[in-house]
Design a protein around this ligand. Sequence first.
Ligand code: GDP
Length: 601
Amino acid sequence: MSNDQGSQFLRAPIVVVLGHVDAGKTTLLDKIRGTAVAKREPGTMTQHIGASFLPWKALEAVCGSLVSQIRAEVVIPGFLVIDTPGHEAFSNLRRRGGSIADIAILVVDVLRGLEQQTFESIDILRERKVPFIVAVNKIDKIPGWKSFPNTPFVESVKRQSEAAQLKLEELLSYIIQQFASLGFRSDRYDRIRDFTRVLALVPVSAVTGEGIPDLLLVLAGLAQRYLKGRLLASIAPGKGVILELKEEAGLGMTATLILYDGVIRRGDIVVTGGIEGAFSTRVRALLMPKPLDEMRSPEDRFLEVERIVAAAGVKLVAEGLEKAVPGAPLFVAVSEEEVGRLKQLVEEEISGVKFERDVVGVVVKADTLGTLEALVGYLKKQGIPIRVADIGPVVKRDVVQASMVKEKDPLYAAILAFNVKILPEAQDEAARHGIPVFQERIMYKLVENYQKWLQETRDAEVRKAFEKITPPAVVQILPGYVFRRRDPIIVGVRVVCGRIRSGVPLITKDGREIGEIMQIKEHDKVLDVVSEGAEVAISIRSKAIVGRQVKEGDYLYSNLSIEEINRLLEKYEKYLAENEKSYLRKLMRFKMGLSKEIEYP
Ligand code: GDP
């Protein structure tokens, strides 16, 4: 280490963009990136790997007169904006109990307000305790809005017609109401005094650039005033997170590292987390994108650097990165001796996310540590127990785990695979054991699919138990259809209520036991079950004789105990038709001695 070790400085805050699909996240990021590139300061590298750096000077140039409005002296060097918007990149910027993202921009479509993924974004921002501001986007689409490209919102709004201004107010107040229902106080940013208490809404257009200066200034003001402690970095061994892994021709597996503290140098020993636990390796190269005007060929994309200081996004080339997982922390070790301690630190960081427990619960597999953590959190909230949470494709071992659960409770014998493949032998094994594997690229859908299956399986089990109970049934012996008078009796009947099957015991109106149904036939066909309206021949094992104890035209009733009737009416009510319930209640009255005979029909 050089002699500048330990000296502290204020680094650029790491900024992420979240929001509902189509709210304009990508367009907004492009606009911000464009700003960075267009106003490039000599000597500042605006393109990083996985992120873009927006130097303060560029902000000043964009914000012009507005800058004087943030009174505090500008000390942050700029912003490091993560290039990939959305949940996934954000979840990989993980750090135990929080995030390495310092601040977020939540993009909301002014015409649509808060939508499903906006709510999800707010949830994960809250969970990871990341402050955010809201870009209320697409103001150029407000009816009657006149565009003044790249103008601050506060100037543009003054030049709008009264109607357009009113429409904007109306749309904003709807959004403010939506935030209020989530427990947030929010307001148009230029009406806020205390930004720590009130959520800032900045009207923008990612297409015309209106409001972008305001957005960047609010972001800077907030970062500077309220995140200062957090942004204090030092010239010390680097700390970062693996955002992404990528195979590069000629380089092998490389990692996109977002460095949030300290320094990383070529040749450093680093410790990170992998599928099989923590491991160390040596940095072979650190790569940054080559500025476009210096690129000679498409292969000539990278520029090797000796060292890089936080905050930065850099491509790391090192042996063994194919074992690493996105979302894992990465620490620079000052010495070989320190590797052990750092490995332990990495293991601790990961152990809360990746685990295996001896409980009855589902098996969860995800592509990155960040998505696994988010998925585990989501499942916990839904009250779904988890046995295994791990990274990587679904393998045979996962199926073995699930089949162990099946012995105890088949409802949790399932595998949830998020963004990962299922290996063929695991697929075969799952089919053999009857273990369902759910595979999805959208988290809430994955969980929803499992829950749907859970409900259906539960229903099917209830249904199966229901089928075992003697069904409510009333049949009438059809006059002229007595084929055999004594054991076994064979008569033609019409089912007037419920359904019959073999084994159903029958009684007469006054409770006399006739016997069990042996077989049901329609012409020559033997049937298992027949329902209301059917006319069939039935045989009954019986001591009774037709013409004596029972006559043509008589009704016969399925015989249920009081306990069976209660069970049906309480547990299986939704499977019963109105007339079946009515019959059961009449039968109950008779069984309890409240009526002399079964008063049905
Ligand atoms: P993302 O899914 O959130 O990344 O949304 P995109 O950036 O892909 O934008 C979705 C659509 O909205 C695209 O057709 C954009 O051109 C459009 N769009 C985004 N921002 C604006 C805006 O400020 N004004 C208008 N009129 N269209 C926009």
